[in-house]
Design a protein around this ligand. Structure first.
Ligand code: SAH
Ligand code: SF4
Length: 347
């Protein structure tokens, strides 16, 4: 028998209607409950004061609203903050809030650890413990949202935390739907971005979901040989396949793809690499996001200086590629790209 989920954030509007009308509740109650959860940010059923006491008790018997404990909150000098959440089975997840002007972007994790194990990334150092459920992905956004003042809603969600979103496809897509839905967090699909190490088959599948989410492909090398040295899963695919998949994504969604490129000092940051990268980028409608390597203890890579970084950028721009350098936020609390890692045991 299929287990009935208890985690309310795991359910979409349709399943909640099904579950509650089965229990004899009227349909409008579902809208009230969802309104309390996603718009009014109730932390418990008890706060849903226009529901009767009996109904609130019934709901609490049937469902858990939030399942994680906030184990730690760290705030950076630049205003970025990171939450460490602990799930009931002891697994932990990190998520990050990145405020910038009127924008408040939350970066969520999709797995506990990562099965890919890229050479320069802290998230995959210990492999994969388990994937997160859709509800657990949504809960990270909600827990972060709950930390913000009432007049400051979340504006963007990026799937750029720990884990490979497209290796946890169903939960990722279902979480996107809840974040996007008018009964959910109501965040426009254009303000949601999924970053992937590059799984062509899943990229094509995502293109057919009828969602206009942004897609970022972690390229990090301009040729297959170098790419396979630093990204184990690059063995399964080629840059040509990724360009094909990216093109397909643009054709189906109208969304320009982002190519992410972590600059590793003296490894992939030479002008010759930039020329090769420009040729790859011209193969599809895309923009290139350069990320200077953020330090991870025990890893041997170097963060390139600002001169090498700007020289790389110039080569791309001269070749007609739309490219930018991504600012590293929250480095002092290890919240920047690639610095999140699975936490275990005593903290
Ligand atoms: N697994 C997905 C989602 C994680 S996104 C993916 O790899 O795309 C995290 C982004 O940060 C990816 O582009 C990743 O390659 C990059 N990254 C990983 N380690 C980094 C590091 N040490 N410094 C800067 N960026 C890093
Ligand atoms: Fe996993 Fe992405 Fe880190 Fe690679 S960069 S180990 S795919 S989280």
């Amino acid at each position: 028998m299929k287990e009935t989920p208890r985690h309310l954030l795991d359910l979409d509007q349709f399943s909640l209607i099904e579950r509650l009308t089965e229990a004899g509740l009227e349909r409008f109650r579902v809208d009230q409950i969802l309104g309390w959860v996603y718009r009014r940010r109730a932390r418990s059923f008890d706060e849903m004061t226009n529901l009767s006491k009996t109904l609130r008790l019934q709901l609490a018997e049937r469902f858990d609203l939030y399942t994680s404990e906030i184990e730690r909150r760290q705030t950076s000098t630049d205003g970025t903050f990171k939450l460490l959440l602990r799930w009931p089975d002891g697994a932990t997840s990190e998520c990050v809030m990145i405020p910038q002007d009127t924008r408040r972007a939350v970066c969520v994790s999709t797995q506990v650890g990562c099965p890919v194990g890229c050479a320069f990334c802290a998230s995959g150092l210990d492999g994969l413990e388990r994937s997160l459920t859709s509800g657990e992905i949504v809960e990270q956004a909600m827990q972060t949202y709950l930390q913000l003042p009432e007049d400051q809603p979340l504006t963007h969600v990026v799937f750029m935390g720990i884990g490979e979103p497209l290796a946890n496809y169903d939960a990722t897509v279902s979480a996107v739907r809840t974040l996007n839905a008018d009964w959910g967090l109501n965040i426009g699909a254009r303000r949601i971005t999924i970053s992937t190490v590059g799984l062509p088959r899943q990229i094509r599948r995502l293109a057919e979901e009828g969602l206009q989410v942004g897609l970022a492909i972690s390229l990090h090398a301009p040729n297959d040989e170098l790419r396979r040295e630093i990204i184990p899963w690059a063995e399964r695919t080629s840059i040509d396949d990724l360009v094909e998949a990216g093109r397909h994504y643009f054709d189906r969604t109208g969304r320009e793809v982002t190519l992410e490129y972590v600059l590793l000092g003296e490894l992939n940051d030479r002008p010759a690499h930039a020329k090769q990268l420009a040729a790859v980028a011209r193969g599809m409608r895309c923009n290139v996001n350069l990320i200077r390597y953020n330090g991870v203890s025990d890893l041997p890579y170097r963060r390139p200086g600002s001169e090498a970084t700007h020289a790389f950028l110039e080569v791309l721009r001269k070749a007609g590629v739309n490219a930018h350098i991504r600012a590293s936020r929250g480095m002092d609390i290890e919240a920047a790209c690639g610095q999140l890692r699975r936490q275990r045991g005593d903290l």
